[in-house]
Ligand binder design. Structure first.
Ligand SMILES: [Ca+2]
Ligand SMILES: [Ca+2]
Length: 187
């Protein structure tokens, strides 16, 4: 039988032990979570630096920035059809540029008469980016001029920026029209 005094000391010992375990867990947990955040930040910085470093080594391409977004782009200045632009980008180890986030779209926004990698050539009304992904519905009103894409002449399957009158955003246009183009190098 434990005396009251012994029981009291036992309880104190148990509590102290439990607190010690919790304390130890806390000590080890703090650097664990900090470490994970640092790793994510490190990876994000590394991703940025990969584009910054590698893009400079690709002739004709340069880094375009918006916020923390980086894109390695070549703006071809000659006026060619969408299909020609697509082929040319492939021939230099790239593809037509994909602007599938708001920050990315802000990069192309000030450019005029330029094809980007977005079309509904495969299935009318279903727009796909040049990386094979489908255009997100939530992005349409942000990147397209109001009431575009409108398939105005039935043969409008390719997308260009600021390439029709004073429509200062994306519109769908016939793919045989001639515009400059943006190729994107992906690392
Ligand atoms: Ca179309
Ligand atoms: Ca149109």
């Amino acid at each position: 039988m434990l005396t009251t005094s012994q029981l009291y000391r036992h309880q104190i010992y148990t509590m102290t032990t439990q607190h010690s375990i919790i304390l130890v867990l806390c000590i080890f947990n703090v650097p664990f979570y900090q470490g994970r955040e640092e790793t994510e930040n490190h990876l994000e910085r590394r991703q940025i630096s990969i584009i910054d470093v590698k893009c400079r080594k690709v002739p004709g391409f340069q880094v375009y920035k918006e916020g923390s977004t980086r894109m390695c782009l070549h703006h071809g200045q000659n006026f060619i059809t969408y299909t020609e632009a697509k082929s040319y980008c492939a021939s230099i180890g790239s593809r037509l540029a994909v602007f599938n986030t708001r920050d990315k779209f802000k990069i192309v926004l000030p450019m005029n008469n330029v094809w980007i990698g977005l079309d509904d050539m495969e299935t009318e009304g279903t727009y796909k980016w040049a990386d094979g992904s489908t255009l997100e519905q939530s992005l349409i009103s942000f990147i397209f001029y109001p009431n575009e894409p409108n398939a105005a002449y039935d043969d409008e399957d390719c997308v260009c920026n600021n390439c029709y009158e004073n429509f200062l955003k994306l519109v769908d246009m016939p793919c045989y029209r001639n515009f400059t183009y943006l190729c994107e190098k992906v690392f």
